[in-house]
Design a protein around this ligand. Sequence first.
Ligand code: GLY
Ligand code: MN
Ligand code: MN
Length: 431
Amino acid sequence: MENTIYKNRRDGLSELMENNSVLLIPGADLQYRNADSSYPFRQDSSFYYFSGFCESSSLIAIVKNENKINSIIFVPPKDKLREIWDGYRAGPIGAVKDYLFDKAFDNNQIDSMLPDILSGSKQVMYPIGKKAGFDQKVIDWTTEASSKDRHSKSINIFDASSMIGNLRLIKDNHEIELIRKACDISADAHIHAMKNIKGGDNEQLIESLYIHEFSKKGARYPAYNPIVASGENACVLHYVENNKDLNNSDLILVDAGCEFEMYAADITRTFPISGKFSEEQLKIYEVVLEAMNAAIDEVKEGNSVMRPQEASEKVITKGLIKLGLLKGDLDELHASGAYKDFYMHKIGHWLGLDVHDAGDYVEGDDFMKFKPGMITTIEPGIYISSSMDVDDKWKGIGVRIEDDILVTKDGNENLTKKVPSDPKEIESLMS
Ligand code: GLY
Ligand code: MN
Ligand code: MN
C-alpha cells in the first residue's frame, strides 16, 4: 500500500535523531477567509511528507528510544455528527490501520499526553517559529514534563527545520513522478493560453483558462496565486490583481503552475498578446533567454547553487550594456550590482511540496552543492518600469522566463521544456 512510503520516511529518521529524543511535527489548522467561510484545507507539507494524512489539527510525535522509532499521531476524533456535516474522519483506529502509525489518539488528548511523552527525554525537536502558537505549546509541555521528573536533566529544545527540509530537498522517484505530472499539466495550460489569448481579453479571463486546464487534468488548485500581468504590470513582481484588459501591442507575463497531489509546478512564460514580438520586446526577451540557458547549464551535480545566479547576472549585465541600458565595464558593473535595477530577484528556489520548497541553500560555511534528486526553478528576468531613467522605447517591458530543473546523475532535466521559450517557436505556436 502507498502509505508505506510515509512509514519508511518516519523509520528513516532513526538514523538522524538522537537517542532519547522526540520530534514533533504539527499539522495545519483550517483557515478562514471571512466569517465562517473557510479556505479549502491544505495540509502542512512537512506533516504530509511524514504521514500522507490530510485531516486538520493533527500532530505527529516521533519518539526515538533505544535506537527504535515509535510513531504516534493525534487526529480529529471520530464524531458521527461532524462526519455528517464535514465528511469521513479516519480517527485513531483508521490512523493506525491505514497510515501505519504505531499508536494514535484523539487530538483533544494532546495537552494531557504530551508532557508524559516528553518526560525523561534529552531533547525535543520541532520546526521552530513555523506555526502560530505552537512554540508556546512546546514550552508549556516541556515545562510540565520537567516538573513531573525533577531529578532528570532538563529537556533541550532544538529546531528541526533544517533536518526536515534537507530530507525534503532530495526527491525520491515517487515525488519526481508527481512533480513531473504537475509540470506537464502546467506546461499544457501555458500552451493552451498562448494559442487562445487575444487583445481585448481581460487578465482575469486568462487566469481562468489556466485554472480550467489544471482542473481538467486533476489539479484542482494552483500551487500559488497566478501572476497574469500584461504590459507594465509585469514590472510588479508579485502582481496578482489580474484584472486589466489586454492591449494588443503588449507582452503578457504569466507565472502559473498547478499543484498535483500536493506537489507544485512553477512556470513563467512571457509572450506577445498579438502573437508577434516588437523589435524592443524581442531584444529584451533574447537577453533573458540567454541568461536562462546559461543558468540552466550550471545546474549540475557538484556545482554550488550560486553558479546559476552568477551566470544569469553576467549575461544580463552584458546584454544590458549591448542595448545601451547600462554603460561601463562589464566586470565593474557586475561587481557593483548595477543589473539589480533591472533584475532584482534571485535566479530560483527549491521546488516540491511547497512552491518555495523547504531545504537549506548553505551547508556548513559554504553554499549548498547540487545533488541528484534536487529540483530548482531557474527564473531570470528584466523589468523596465516607466519610472526608470531610460529611453522611452524600453519603458513598460517586463520579461521573466521560468522552468523547473531536476538535477540528475549526468546533468539535469528540464521538466517544463514542453512549453516553448524560444521566441520563434512561441510566434509559430501563436500563429
Ligand atoms: N511563482 C512564484 C515564484 O516564481 O517564485
Ligand atoms: Mn519560482
Ligand atoms: Mn513562478
